[in-house]
Design a binder for this molecule. Structure first.
Ligand code: SF4
Ligand code: SF4
Length: 239
C-alpha cells in the first residue's frame, strides 16, 4: 500500500530473482496520507541502494523511484515506459555490466545479508526528508559507501570471557550464535547480519563480544574445547 513498506531486501530479492530493473511508484512527496511520510523513506532507501549497487558493479539506473498521485496516469505510463526502454538498453542484469552470473548471485546474496547493517549505520540519513532533487546525489556519497564497506564491523565472542549465560544466543535475530548451557558461544559468521545485538546485550561484567574492523575474525574455538568447567564443579569432581 505504501512505498515506505518497500524494504531494501525486497529490491535485492527482485534482482536476485533475475529482474533486470526495479521501478517503485510512490505518492507525491509531502502528500502522504499519514504522518509517516513513508515515501521519503522509500526515496532514501533507493538513494542508498543505488550507491550500494554502484559499489558492487551494478548500474544504479536499474533502480528507479517516481512519485505520482492516483490521477497522474500519464506520468505513470511515461515513467514506466521510459524505464522499460532504459533497462532494455542496459541489457540483462549482470551481463550488461560484465559480471559473471555466479559472481552476481554471490554479490547480491552478500548484500542481502547486510541489509540490517546498512539500515543500522545509516539510520539517521534514512529518516531524512530531502527538500529538492538537487540534494539527492549528496545524501549518500560514493566515498561514504566505500568507507562503509572498508570499516565494516564483525562481531566475535572471546572464548576466554564467555560465561555461557546464553543472553546473546536468545537475542540474536537470525540464530547466528551457536552455544548452550555451559558451552562457550560462537558466532556463525556466515549467518551473522552484523546487527550488533550480541555486543549490546552481553553483560558488562563478561564483555565477551568484541567488535572487529579491518582485520580477519579469529577462527571459532574447536567444538571439543567449548565446554566450560565451573570451579565449584571442578572441586566436586576431584573430591
Ligand atoms: S551481530 Fe550478533 S546478534 Fe547480530 S546477527 Fe551477528 S551474531 Fe547475531
Ligand atoms: S552474552 Fe556474552 S557471556 Fe553470555 S553467552 Fe553471549 S557472549 Fe557469552
Amino acid at each position: 500500500m505504501c512505498s515506505g513498506r518497500v524494504d531494501m531486501a525486497f529490491v535485492l530479492r527482485a534482482f536476485s530473482n533475475g529482474m533486470d530493473g526495479v521501478f517503485i511508484g510512490g505518492c507525491r512527496l509531502n502528500e502522504c496520507n499519514y504522518v509517516t511520510q513513508g515515501n521519503y523513506h522509500a526515496l532514501n532507501m533507493v538513494l542508498l541502494l543505488k550507491r550500494i549497487m554502484e559499489h558492487i558493479g551494478l548500474n544504479p539506473e536499474r533502480l528507479n523511484i517516481e512519485f505520482m498521485s492516483a490521477a497522474d496516469a500519464n506520468l505513470f505510463v511515461e515513467g514506466v515506459n521510459g524505464f522499460v526502454k532504459k533497462v532494455k538498453a542496459l541489457g540483462p542484469l549482470g551481463e550488461g555490466e560484465g559480471i559473471d552470473r555466479h559472481e552476481l548471485k554471490s554479490r547480491l546474496a552478500e548484500m542481502s545479508k547486510l541489509v540490517a547493517y546498512f539500515k543500522m549505520v545509516n539510520q539517521e540519513k534514512l529518516a531524512s526528508r530531502l527538500k529538492a532533487p538537487e540534494e539527492y546525489d549528496g545524501l549518500f556519497t560514493k566515498e561514504e559507501i566505500d568507507r562503509l564497506f572498508s570499516e565494516m564491523l564483525s562481531y566475535y565472542i572471546d572464548p576466554e570471557k564467555c560465561q555461557a549465560c546464553m543472553t546473546c544466543l536468545r537475542r540474536c535475530p537470525v540464530e547466528a550464535i551457536v552455544g548452550g548451557k555451559n558451552r562457550i558461544h560462537v558466532i556463525d559468521q556466515d549467518k551473522c547480519i552484523k546487527c550488533g545485538t550480541c555486543f549490546e546485550v552481553c553483560p558488562p561484567r563478561f564483555a565477551a563480544v568484541k567488535k572487529i574492523s579491518g582485520e580477519p575474525v579469529p577462527p571459532p574455538i574447536p567444538e571439543e574445547k567449548r565446554t566450560i568447567v565451573r570451579k565449584g564443579k571442578e572441586k566436586q569432581e576431584k573430591s
